[in-house]
Design a protein around this ligand. Structure first.
Ligand SMILES: [Ca+2]
Length: 161
């Protein structure tokens, strides 16, 4: 008779949580989607960083519009197989400075890996193809000359910490 398999406690809270758990799994859950202390908050990975907020934080990989990590930044917390090239839908540079609002694709000059456990490789082509440049955790610097303004995807590979 108990249809709430994963809910131990009945009542209003249980009903609320049951509703949350029926939401589409494709929705990207963040800590702010759940009330503090709820079971939902415990079921998602909580990161201190906020991807796509224009600030390069610990746990993120960041591309920069300019050389030597200058200009606007685009901050990521995972792999992106295709940045997109349409101004309306592409991944953009978010931070203040030169390049802000422009598409990231074929527009980055340098990068910083602020993750603690991911080797991140930037690729010339979409879907991780062609020549590449790899940044280990903590590394930062200009893309190799052949890839400056020639970046189309990047991939995170967890290498442990
Ligand atoms: Ca960020």
């Amino acid at each position: 008779m108990n249809a709430q398999k994963s809910i131990a406690r009945p009542g209003v809270l249980g009903a609320l949580l049951a509703l949350l758990f029926t939401l589409p799994a494709t929705a990207q859950a963040t800590a702010s989607d759940y009330p503090p202390g709820s079971a939902g908050a415990a079921s998602v990975e909580i990161s201190a960083s906020t991807p796509r907020n224009g600030v390069c934080e610990v746990g993120e990989f960041c591309l920069y519009y300019g050389l030597n990590m200058s200009g606007s930044v685009s901050d990521f917390n995972g792999s992106v197989p295709d940045y997109g090239s349409s101004p309306a839908t592409c991944y953009t540079f978010r931070g203040p400075g030169a390049g802000q609002g422009q598409c990231v694709k074929n527009n980055a000059m340098s990068a910083r890996n602020k993750t603690t456990a991911n080797r991140v490789t930037v690729y010339f082509n979409s879907n991780y193809g062609g020549i590449s440049d790899t940044y280990l955790p903590g590394e930062a610097g200009n893309l190799i000359p052949a890839m400056q303004n020639e970046n189309a995807s990047h991939r995170f590979v967890n290498i442990g910490s």
